[in-house]
Design a protein around this ligand. Structure first.
Ligand SMILES: Cc1cc2nc3c(=O)[nH]c(=O)nc-3n(C[C@H](O)[C@H](O)[C@H](O)COP(=O)(O)OP(=O)(O)OC[C@H]3O[C@@H](n4cnc5c(N)ncnc54)[C@H](O)[C@@H]3O)c2cc1C
Length: 333
């Protein structure tokens, strides 16, 4: 039985491990477009702040992959899937057959039509590659502008603040909430961040970014002119599922799966930040971002691909540590 997994993040690698533990003879190939060995993306901030060393980021070593018999093909991108023929096509046009496929391609920050034209001036904060570049630039950076939403945006703001940088946060919303449950802050995360010295500009967004002598000049819809050493910006953080374009696999924003993590196509599974799953409380489909979900789904997808029958139960919240306070993130609210 040949199992192919697209995406060498925690969901994909956990599924690969689960399959090999259940069936030593199964052939497992993981296709990952990043050049690094599988790493713990959720610890990138700790690495950036020197709280952990580079080797502590490692999720799976070469020895462990070898010991389990998992073949990792790094730096290769799956560009298409044909579930009826049970093949995937790689960027260099190699066609690879599978008996069972797992799509675990995660999520990614994305730019809308306005910001897209300034992409070369924007720094992303998603991968180890982004982090290594940022780590090199950090000593020269003092002023930072952050535009975006969600927990990863808040994580970035906290990191920059903790490193003593001057942070301006721009949000389209009336207040900075990051879609979080704010009980621990008596409903006022916005004021908490302001008291910490973060400048917050509300109901605004970036409309242009120009390079200047010592950094960048930013213009906003409200015609504010700002200067900064670095710009972090994204309009959305969404499932990274270009590889299913043109296939019959059903999707909304993410790949639609049932509680067994099966997609609409037989023997095709999906797990982690790339999926959308029915949430019984909101009575709608929900993108299930976050590390604990990706890990658990990796195990369940691996078991089901190996012939078991296990259901994924939705986790409502993830815990988040904000400048020493613990916070519950209920991303579906
Ligand atoms: C800076 C940062 C901090 C975070 N902190 C936390 C935290 O504190 N707590 C928490 O719960 N979550 C956190 N997260 C989110 C967490 O890291 C993700 O939820 C988790 O990594 C999702 O795992 P995944 O395997 O689904 O996807 P990913 O980790 O995104 O892995 C998917 C992999 O697939 C690759 N890929 C995509 N498309 C293709 C393709 N077509 N072909 C080949 N490879 C492909 C991607 O490059 C990537 O390597 C953080 C994320 C970031 C960016």
């Amino acid at each position: 039985m040949k199992h192919v997994i697209i995406g060498a993040g925690v969901a994909g690698i956990t599924a690969a491990k689960t399959i090999k533990e259940l069936d030593r003879d199964a052939k497992v190939v993981v296709i990952g477009d990043e050049l690094f060995l599988p790493y713990k993306r959720y610890l990138l901030t700790e690495f950036l702040c020197d709280s952990i060393k580079r080797d502590e980021l490692l999720f799976f070593s070469v020895e462990k992959l070898r010991e389990l018999g998992i073949k990792l093909r790094k730096g290769e991108f799956a560009k298409a899937i044909d579930p009826s023929e049970k093949v995937i096509k790689l960027h260099h046009n190699e066609v690879m057959h599978y008996d069972k496929l797992l799509i675990a391609t995660g999520g990614r920050p994305g730019l809308g039509i306005v910001l897209r034209q300034y992409k070369k001036h924007i720094h992303f904060y998603y991968s180890l590659y982004d982090t290594l570049i940022l780590k090199e630039k950090l000593p020269e950076i003092q002023k930072c502008i952050v535009f975006g939403d969600g927990v990863s945006c808040l994580d970035l703001i906290c990191m920059l603040h903790n490193l003593g940088k001057q942070v301006t946060y721009i949000t389209k919303g009336e207040r900075a909430t990051f879609a979080l449950e704010e009980d621990d802050f008596e409903g006022d995360l916005h004021e908490f961040l302001k008291k910490k010295g973060i400048k917050i500009i509300t109901e605004d967004q970036i409309v242009s970014i120009e390079e200047s002598d010592h950094g960048y000049k930013i213009e906003t819809i409200q015609q504010k002119m700002l200067t900064t050493d670095i710009v972090f910006a994204w309009d959305n953080y969404k499932p990274n599922i270009s590889c299913i374009d043109g296939s019959e696999i059903e999707k909304k924003l993410g790949i639609l799966v049932n509680t067994r993590l099966e997609t609409s196509e037989k023997d095709n599974y999906a797990a982690g930040d790339c999926i959308e799953i029915y949430h019984p409380c909101i009575k709608g489909y929900w993108i299930n971002f976050g590390l604990p979900n990706a890990l658990e789904q990796g195990v369940i997808a691996g078991k089901n691909m190996s012939g078991q029958d296990e259901e994924y139960k939705i986790q409502e919240a993830i815990a988040f540590n904000l400048m020493g306070k613990s916070l519950q993130a209920r991303w579906w609210k």
